[in-house]
Every structure is written in C-alpha cells, then in structure tokens.
Design a binder for this molecule. Structure first.
Ligand code: CU
Length: 388
C-alpha cells in the first residue's frame, strides 16, 4: 500500500511544470525503490504463506519431500532487491546533501537519475549470488556472477557523480555533509567487498563467515544509516523550524564513524581467517579482533546519546531556522521552515529545471523569484478579502 501510494503520488501529483527530469534525485530514487517493492514483495509473501502451510497444514513445499532450495530462491528473489529499496533512497540523500554543501549543482543529474533505474532493473537478475554454495549448477553461477558484477556500473556512475560534484568546490563541512561524505567513503568498502563476494571462487571461500556480515553491515549500517542521519540533520531545520546544535552533531558524527568502523571492519579479517557467522562462541585465536569489535559496538551505542539529546533539546529550544539555512536549491527550501499545511501557500509553478542550471546562484535567484511571487499572490488575496 505504501509503494502504491509513493508511486502514484510521484507520477500524478507533481507541481505544475515539475516534469520527471526536473524532480529532485531523491524523488527518483524513492520512485525506483518503491517500484522494486511493488514487483518483488509478492515473492516473499508467497514464500511466507507456503512456509506457514508446511508448518501447520502438513504440505511439502520446502521440506525434504519438497524443495528446500526453492525457499532460498523465493526469499532472495525479493530480499536482494530489498537491499536496494533501502540503498536507493540513501543514494538519493547523498545526491541532495553533497551538492548543497559543495554549492555546486549535482554533476550528471540525468545519469544519476537514470542510474537509479539501472540499479533497480539489474538488481532483479542477481538473486542467485546468495545461492552460489547451495548446489547451484555451474552455468547458473557464471550467469549470476556476471549480472552481479554489472551492478558496479550504475553505482560507479553515482560515486563518480558525487566525486565530480565536490571536485575543486569549496566544501562546507556541517553535520549533514560529514555524514554524507562518511557514508560515501564507507560505501566504497561495502561496494568493493560486494564485488569480491560476487565472484564465485571468492564467495565459496568465505561463504557463511563474518566476511559476509562485514560486507552487509558496511552497506546497511555504515552507508544507509549514515545517509539517514545525513537526511535527518539536513531537513531538521525545514521539519521543525529550529536549528540543531552543530557542535553536538559533529561529535555524533565522529563517534559514529569511529564506532562503526571499529565494530564492522574486524569482521573482514575474521571472516578471511574462517570465523563462521551465526555462532555465539569462537575459537581463542579470533579473540583479538572480537575484543575490538565489541569495544566498537559499545562506542556505537554511546554515539547515539548526543544525537537523541541534540534532537530533543534543539526541537524544544533551538534557535529559529531561516527558510533556506544551507543555500540549497530544492523547491522545499522556497517555503517557510516549518512549511505551512500543504507545504505552500499557493501551488508553485516550476518553469525552469532548477537542478540542471549551471550556477547555484541562478537557482537561488530563481527560487527567490518563486518566493516573492507566492508572497505577492498571498498579499493580493488578503487585499481581496479586505475589499470583500
Ligand atoms: Cu544480494
């Protein structure tokens, strides 16, 4: 239902003049993620219903009389794409935050927007890489190794675009930008270990070890959760009308960055040495890295305290936020902080493609024009009411 809601809203309820290629990249990523959700979630629902029948009605879908590997296929047919349901909007946040704090338009806007669709389409044909060690025939392994490694192309386009956006620009390192840059750096580790795991010989070597756990967490925590934090700090002034405390935001970032790397990096050497996952104890030779990972885990837990305190206190008594504290170019920065009900006093007319203009100054000038237009309309209306 949520996916239907998002897709319908994006396709049918855009502001007048807001063509698809004028949409913010964040909206592109949400659209592709929710299309994935619509297409693939039924596979998991089906698997769950069949499993329920096996467990309660005595059917034989997945037990030894049926096909146990079929469950893995149905599960991963949804659950590989679902990683992109989380990752794509995270890439969208990077694509909003990085241009705003570089004071540069996003490099290659169209390529980045279309790369989201490329990732969505490709991610539909890679699920068997989770079954390389499940008795999968050789030809199938080779096919899915090839399709899995292809994902590096659209994700590479995005990383290139973010790098080109910050290239030679003056960086403003406020908290959202720190989280975005930190997330992109960690995505390199998550992505490159993904390329390694996509290769069948390597995957068979580290299958079911902590190397896989390390790879997964570099994506899901170190990349995606960092993007969520970047987005929360970036839109906090817009959502609440108040500024958060910058110093505490930076402390939150550095504790998180340090804690996350200490927690999840040791999993790579541990996995290569053969420490298996999903087992609560381990041989003494693995103790060194495990102590580091445990300390990192506690640090990561503690890192959340300044975040929670900052959010609560700033929401209650932070300084007032201006309409556009970051000099960002999205349409949301044209309205007040927090926005009125229905976001704008009058429906804005989008008559130029803001994201494709060459100079940030042009975009800001254009946005100021929208704001004064809306104010004029409001004043006219008030006058009309007074006259009436
Ligand atoms: Cu996968």
């Amino acid at each position: 239902m949520a996916a239907v809601n998002f897709v319908t809203t994006i396709l049918w309820l855009r502001a007048p003049g807001m063509s698809l290629f004028r949409m913010p990249v964040f909206v592109w990523t949400v659209l592709s993620a929710q299309l994935l959700q619509l297409v693939f979630l039924p596979s998991l629902t089906g698997a769950a219903i069949m499993l329920f029948c096996d467990l309660t009605l005595g059917t034989n879908f997945f037990n030894e009389q049926g096909d146990p590997v079929l469950y893995q296929h149905l599960f991963w047919f949804y659950s590989h794409p679902t990683v992109y349901v989380w990752a794509l909007p995270a890439f969208g946040v990077f694509s909003e935050v990085i241009p705003a704090f570089s004071r540069n338009p996003l490099f290659g806007y169209r390529s980045v927007a279309l790369a989201s669709f490329g990732i969505a389409v490709l991610s539909s044909f890679v699920w068997v890489h989770h079954l390389f060690a499940s008795g999968t025939p050789e030809w199938m392994r080779m096919l899915f190794m090839f399709s899995t490694e292809l994902i590096a192309v659209p994700t590479g386009i995005k990383v290139f675009a973010w790098t080109a956006t910050v290239w030679k620009s003056k960086l403003h390192l406020e908290t959202p930008m720190l989280f975005a840059l930190g997330g992109v750096v960690m995505f390199l580790f998550g992505g490159i270990t993904g390329v390694m795991l996509g290769a069948v010989p390597f995957d068979l070597h580290v299958n079911n070890t902590h190397f896989v756990v390390g790879h997964f967490h570099y994506l899901v925590f170190n990349t995606i959760t960092m993007a969520i934090f970047a987005g929360i700090y970036f839109w906090f002034p817009k959502m609440t009308g108040r500024m958060y405390a910058e110093g505490w935001g930076k402390i939150h970032f550095w504790l998180t960055f340090l804690g996350a790397n200490l927690t999840f990096f040791p999993m790579f050497p541990l996995g290569l040495q053969g420490m298996v996952r999903r087992v609560s104890s381990y041989a003494p030779e693995y103790a060194g890295w495990n102590v580091i990972a445990s300390l990192g885990g506690f640090l990561l837990g503690v890192s959340t305290l300044p975040f929670i305190a900052n959010m609560v206190v700033s929401w209650l008594q932070g300084s007032k936020a201006s309409d556009n504290p970051w000099h960002a170019t999205g349409l949301e920065w044209c309205t007040s902080s927090p926005p009125p009900q229905d976001n704008f006093e009058e429906t804005p007319q989008v008559d130029t493609p803001p994201l494709q203009l060459r100079h940030t100054q042009d975009v800001l000038a254009h946005n100021r024009a929208i704001v004064s237009f809306l104010k004029a309309v409001k004043t006219d209306r008030k006058n009309a009411i007074f006259r009436g």
